[in-house]
Design a protein around this ligand. Sequence first.
Ligand SMILES: Nc1ncnc2c1ncn2[C@@H]1O[C@H](COP(=O)(O)OP(=O)(O)O)[C@@H](O)[C@H]1O
Ligand SMILES: [Mg+2]
Length: 397
Amino acid sequence: MTKKKKKSVTKKKPAPVAAKIGPAPRKWWVDEQDGPPRPQRVDLPILTRELRRQSRVFMEGADPIFIEDLNGRIADCNLEVERVYGWSRQELPGKPALTLVSPKYHEYATKLLARCRQGETIRSAESLHITKHGQEFPVLITLTLMRNEKGEPEGIATIAKVITQMKETVAKKTKELHSAERKILEIAGVEQRRIGQDLHDSLGQELTALSLLVDNLAHSLTEKGPQSVALHKITAGLKRAQAQVRELSRGLMPVDVDSEGLMAALNDLARRASDGEATCRFSCQQQVLVDDNTAATHLFRIAQEAVHNALKHSKAKTITISLAHKDGQITLQVKDDGVGIQKSDLEKTGMGLTSLRYRADLINARLNITTGDNGGTLVSCSVARGRGGKPQPARAL
Ligand SMILES: Nc1ncnc2c1ncn2[C@@H]1O[C@H](COP(=O)(O)OP(=O)(O)O)[C@@H](O)[C@H]1O
Ligand SMILES: [Mg+2]
């Protein structure tokens, strides 16, 4: 019985797949005459079945897998490589494995391969691969060092998971999220404006009328008794309430609607920012008129956040807000001489910097945030100026 089985194994030596397609692969099947006599208990049919099973897992795996030798030449690949990369299995053996990697990622891939050769398994590294016809696609690669039976490195197996669809889904979701955030900013801006206007027009007017009434009443009293003292206290209280309403509505509606409103609001911002350690000044060489109050308010809010950031994070001594108009462009800049913004901070999605970008986007402006060579941060926002000083087109705040 055992004899019969052995015979069939020898006869049905599996066809060496890679032999058809290039340099002779390592021999992975078992010949009876190979090596020293094997102990009788090795069940060759089981071994063969196992090898066939593993071979099928390799060949029919859902992800492209290719194996390269230690010189970086492709030795073998599975069927998925044909489907994804457009090369046939006959063409690839002997070609540099970097043939499958986008040139933009050659340097990175070479570094990863070197680490893998040292024995490290690289898991889920993002890379960019390329088809035979030059089409690039994103992949997550896993690199494993393959060793022979003596434990010596022999080659590297790469599993490349194609993540085009995953990336597209993430990009779509991110876009949706950004547009929702932008919408919220727009709605919040409209609401702020409405509340500011209401405060100013209704409560502000009411308080003014009341304080006039109380003033008149106080003057009509001939005697300086406790009633007159109380009325003076009421007048003073009403004046404070009026001032608070003005502050509140200015915070909600910072830029006056006339075209000079932005210059005045920036000047005011600089004055108020100079209260603490830093000096803040507003520089405006010529009149810059902005008719569109929505755009002017976005520009003001950008300056306001940049100045707040400079005060809060930069340890600057001097902050300069400048507004200029040149070659049909209105440019707003906030510059500080502080420690400078870190590159990593620019990559983060902090609410302040994100809102700067959204606001710039809403008025079709170009926003740049840079660190000077000697420290300091420059926030620069440029917008094309339409007719009548209107940066166009701007969406509602
Ligand atoms: N002018 C600046 N100088 C130095 N660092 C800054 C400056 N502006 C911003 N940053 C850095 O960028 C980060 C993100 O800013 P931001 O999104 O406005 O968030 P927040 O001000 O709430 O921390 C800050 O936490 C800070 O580390
Ligand atoms: Mg901030």
